[in-house]
Design a protein around this ligand. Sequence first.
Ligand code: SF4
Ligand code: SF4
Length: 192
Amino acid sequence: MTDVATPNEGGAPAAGKACGTCTMCCKVLHIAALNKPHSVWCPHVKQGKGCGIYEDRPHECRKFHCGYLSSNLSEEWFPQRSKIVLMADVSGGITAVVDQSRPEAWREQPFYRQLKSWSRELLAANKYVVVRIGKRAIAVLPDEDFDLGPMEMDEPLVIETAPGPTGRPIYRARRADPGYAARAAVPKVAEK
Ligand code: SF4
Ligand code: SF4
């Protein structure tokens, strides 16, 4: 893949990267071990400082490194500032989980331009870029974005192609029909 969003399991952050005062993943992600839903702050967050139970934090917190932390992405992507937490989904695509307090953050630059670039690159490998804002899922495709509304984390997404007027393929995204899951790519989103 490109230079992004490969949360590593227990590995070290990329050289020169650190969470510092960021705690954005402690808000936007679902933490199963704590029964914490997405989009609300974890009760253990010490704002501006970090985790209040750092030594005793759950394994799923220990193993998570977001795409910013585990890649060479620039400081513009620092989640505390960008309000975007990048993750790799199980299909190898990219999920950008956006803080609901700034739901249009992903449309700002350089983020939107980069999401589009990743979309073009990943589609060639049948992988996708999906923005998640709470339960809302938006498929970011090269020519158009498709707001798919509320989707479950494991709900399949289907990308269809048709020849465009110049011969270049046009992509469209939709929710899968019932029963499609077995053969659809499943962008698993925002679970950790
Ligand atoms: S969002 Fe990324 S940089 Fe911020 S605390 Fe979580 S892992 Fe660290
Ligand atoms: S336990 Fe700590 S690391 Fe885990 S979500 Fe809560 S504040 Fe963040």
